[in-house]
Ligand binder design. Structure first.
Ligand code: ZN
Length: 491
């Protein structure tokens, strides 16, 4: 098995050779969406980044168990643990059951991921389905003395933990800094210190999602779910934990603290974070009116968009940046990506038309190795794409008759594009809509029958029979009537 993959570990702040704890098995956990609204661009980037990693690890021969959770309880509006639950609020406003909200947006999320050719994870656990595991985790932390009960809620004692360990090890913050930047919100009198975070929240009477616990009716704090579900499905120590950079603090910092407080050591070997997306140079945010849903990209219905963009254009555009760089979306940049992807697929189509020569005048063997090297260098997808563009120019040269290629090299080239463009980068040919295909196929059959009629009129029986026989063989039923020819495809 090829083992040259290096990944940037946010925890150690350097690139490290990826060595799984229990090869060939790899455990990978990625924070999934809080499902209370339509999937937007912010959801696409982590999904595509870790899909790329999932695909590559699988290609390298690892057996990857990829867990991506669904947050359907406990994610509160302010700093994640104050204010109203995001899903409960949506349910209240829309007069729905919270699980109706979850189901509705989860289906839409899956549809958007499907369109982006993001493979489904191996396990997609819901936070609300793992309340028992989260209560267990809270109990362990309490037993080890790193949490306290206050008015039916349980809080993580950050200053106490920081005396024995380092709270801020992932984000590089120190506690004094964190204390200075933490706002004390109303209703936080329960906390001994504003930096403490909720492990379990007491449910107020109006709160619709709550469960019994040793501390009374309540619901888990947001950070608990990933620690509890990661441990349940991947074990007390697993390989990779990923997510967007916006989750680094406090979410992932809290996850580390919870794991250490519960089991004495860290759970995760490699932490990976994708960078953020901006739109026309601006941060994405409700107040900027630039929250563009993925559906709006696919249909071109958002006022900021000049046209609709195919899901593959969005995927290609995201992969044209390294996952640790920011990506700025604009119509101009997306249109350039659309053209680029078109150039690439045209070249790949040209591969099918090339007639091999006895010998090659081009070097195709180095392309595959260069692509591997770029992937091994912390998933450097923009470099992979630039190598594939170099290859595309070479293909076009051969197709134009300016260079030659042997059969063996042609097969190698086809295999390299299949592997990197389709299997690993996860791009697929734009096959258009069903309606588009239907129209195209009708036009093609009509044209053939028109040519047959012309041949018949010219008494060219050989050609007219040839067309008819070929269509019948392909499963069409053709009837000559006095009003003309009718046809249908036999089922
Ligand atoms: Zn998480």
């Amino acid at each position: 098995m090829r083992n040259k993959l290096t990944i940037y570990n946010t925890r150690s702040r350097k690139k490290e050779l990826f060595i799984p704890l229990h090869a060939p098995h790899v455990g990978m956990y990625v924070c999934g969406p809080t499902v209370y609204g339509d999937a937007h661009l912010g959801h696409a980037r982590p999904a595509i980044t870790f899909d790329l990693l999932f695909r590559y690890l699988t290609h390298l021969g690892y057996k990857v168990r990829y867990v991506r959770n669904i947050t359907d309880v406990g994610h509160l509006e302010h700093d994640a643990d104050e204010g109203e639950d995001k899903i409960a609020k949506k349910a209240r406003l829309e007069q729905l059951e919270p699980m109706e909200v979850v189901q509705h947006y989860l289906i839409r999320y899956h549809q958007a991921m499907d369109a982006l050719n993001v493979l489904p994870p191996s396990i997609e656990p819901h936070a609300s389905g793992h309340i028992i595991e989260q209560i267990e985790l809270v109990k362990e932390i309490l037993d080890n003395g790193y949490a306290y009960v206050s008015n039916g809620s349980v809080y993580f004692d950050v200053p106490k933990y920081n005396k024995d360990h380092h709270y801020g090890i992932l984000s590089g913050r120190n506690l004094d800094e964190t204390i200075n930047t933490t706002r004390a919100l109303d209703g936080q009198e329960e906390k001994h210190n504003p930096v403490d975070f909720a492990l379990w929240k007491h449910a107020q009477p109006e709160h619709i999602m709550h469960w019994p616990s040793p501390w009374g009716e309540g619901f888990p704090g947001w950070h608990c779910e990933c620690t509890a579900m990661g441990r349940k499905y991947l074990g007390a120590r697993f390989d990779i934990h990923g997510g967007g950079m916006d989750l680094l603090f406090p979410h992932h910092e809290c996850e580390i603290a919870q794991a250490v407080a519960a089991q004495g050591d860290e759970m995760v070997h490699y932490w990976m974070h994708n960078n953020m997306i901006t739109i026309n140079g601006q941060k994405m945010g409700k107040s900027y009116h630039n929250f563009i849903n993925l559906d709006e990209f696919f249909n071109g219905t958002h006022p900021l968009l000049e046209q609709a963009y195919d899901p593959m254009t969005i995927r290609f555009f995201i992969l044209q940046a390294h996952y640790r760089s920011t990506v700025d979306f604009s119509n101009e940049a997306l249109q350039a990506a659309e053209k680029g992807l078109q150039r690439m697929t045209e070249a790949v189509d040209n591969l099918e038309r090339i007639i091999p020569s006895a010998a090659s005048s081009v070097d195709v063997k180095s392309l595959r190795e260069k692509c591997y090297e770029a992937m091994d260098d912390d998933l450097n997808s923009p470099i992979v794409i630039s190598h594939l563009f170099d290859g595309a120019r070479m293909i076009n040269n051969i197709a134009a008759g300016n260079a030659t290629i042997s059969q063996e090299d042609l097969d190698e080239l086809k295999g390299t594009y299949r592997l990197f463009l389709y299997d690993i980068l996860g791009l697929k040919k734009n096959t258009g809509s069903d309606e588009h295909r239907e129209t195209a196929y009708h036009k093609a059959v009509d044209l053939l029958l028109e040519l047959r009629m012309k041949a018949k009129n010219e008494k060219d029986w050989a050609t007219s029979d040839k067309i008819r026989n070929a269509l019948v063989e392909a499963g069409f039923e053709i009837k000559d009537t006095k009003d003309g020819v009718t046809w249908r495809l036999n089922q």
